[in-house]
Unconditional design. Sequence first.
Length: 76
Amino acid sequence: MSFIKAISTYFPDNIITNDNIVLRFPEWSSQKILNKIGVKQRYVTHENQFTSDIATKAVEKLLTEHNIEKSKIDFF
């Protein structure tokens, strides 16, 4: 039987905050953006970073954090 034993996440290190957006759109405020969309910051991939790169990092983090042997995983 298959089941989920643990999960992990990975976020790119490129962070864009509401303050960064306000620099480009001075008519907005950080608080206005937060009130509109409920987000303070976003994690954005670099130009040559792909979904598969993020997934690989999340799996590597999962294996390390939960001391799981790669050979014990049926599918990921």
